[in-house]
Write a protein that binds this ligand. Structure first.
Ligand code: NAP
Length: 308
């Protein structure tokens, strides 16, 4: 029998949607993929989620949301949706080992870190190349590392890494950071943080040795190359939405973000809603993801004929 509502994802968007759907008596089934809790589980302290006067660790915050969702009746199953058929109703989700049918669907699959795309970066992943300082920073105690990127993530990663590392070089392709003023000020006054401006990573060294020994940097203005000796490099250059399985079935923008109108979380297929980072290329905050998850559940409830 088809589920009344299925929610894909257990980040702030998916769990908030499941809390609202459960309280609306829709008996939601939540599919938790390979990254339970989403991107907040690989961040350090969260200082900007309302309701927490003191910083709360990302994984702890997600654990609290998960317990809340389960307490109000959400059923959470583990599995990866490998294919979806949204052309028929009920919608069909293929999890490899089982198929789930859904009368309504909330897609809250989030986004994932982007990579530079260098062969050496791929080869040295896990051997000095990382996209998660919270996960791997501890391994670089007393060492020198680099962070690539100029946004909030890069600055947060750099600041976090100063707890372990002797020196952190932030490599940015421009001479002006994108991150918020508060993080910029903190990073700039931290004596352990240095900046390599107008620079891009031309190669991660040394793929031949199988371990990171440094970076070859290119000055984008002069074209000059130089080497920076580091023991590790953290890539923090933004994210891309996890929407590949819905390509061709839902309207998306050129980067793959699912299109939703300003006034609802509806997608181009009636009965399918999208929430959180898979449809948001502008705000991308935990609180906005949670808010859109609430909106998606309210929309789904109305679709089922619920009164509000
Ligand atoms: P982002 O804001 O998109 O920044 C990505 C950075 O990487 C930019 O500085 C960009 O350079 C650079 N970049 C992109 N592609 C590159 C490439 N191929 N080579 C070299 N550099 C490249 O991404 P983010 O920092 O992950 O942040 C994503 C969102 O999450 C933002 O809305 C941010 O505010 C939010 N966030 C918030 C917090 C917080 O509130 N505490 C923490 C983390 C993230 P350009 O500047 O030249 O484009």
């Amino acid at each position: 029998m088809a589920e009344k509502i299925v929610i894909i994802g257990t980040g702030p968007a998916g769990l908030t949607a499941s809390i609202y759907a459960a309280r609306a008596d829709l008996n939601p089934l939540v599919i938790e993929g390979m990254e339970p809790g989403g991107q907040l589980t690989i961040t350090s302290d969260v200082e900007n989620f309302p309701g927490f006067a003191e910083p709360v660790a990302g994984p702890e915050l997600m654990g609290i949301m998960r317990r809340q969702a389960e307490r109000v009746g959400a059923r959470i199953v583990t599995g990866e949706v490998v294919a979806a058929d949204l052309k028929r109703s009920p919608f069909k989700l293929d999890l490899g080992t089982q198929t789930i049918e859904a009368e309504t669907l909330i897609i809250a699959t989030g986004a994932r870190a982007k990579w530079l795309g260098l062969a050496s970066e791929r080869k040295l992943y896990g051997k000095g190349v990382s996209a998660c300082a919270t996960c791997d920073g501890f391994f670089y105690k007393g060492k020198e590392v680099a962070v690539v990127g100029g946004g909030d993530t890069a600055l947060e990663e750099a600041l976090f890494l100063t707890h372990f590392c002797n020196k952190v070089t932030v490599i940015h392709r421009r001479d002006e950071l994108r991150g918020c003023q508060m993080l910029q000020a903190r990073a700039k006054k931290n004596p352990k943080i240095a900046f390599a401006w107008n620079s891009i990573v031309d190669d991660v060294l040394d793929a031949g040795k199988g371990v990171v020994t440094g970076l070859r940097l290119k000055d984008v203005k002069s074209g000059e190359m130089r080497e920076l000796t580091v023991d590790g490099v953290f890539i923090a250059i933004g994210h891309e939405p996890n929407t590949a399985i819905f390509k061709g079935q839902l309207d998306m923008d050129e980067l793959g973000y699912i299109k939703t109108p300003k006034t609802s979380m509806a997608t181009s297929v009636p009965g399918v809603y999208a929430a959180g980072d898979c449809q948001d290329r502008v705000y991308r905050q935990a609180i906005t993801a949670a808010g859109s998850g609430c909106m998606a559940a309210v929309d789904a409830e109305r679709y089922h004929g619920g009164e509000r």
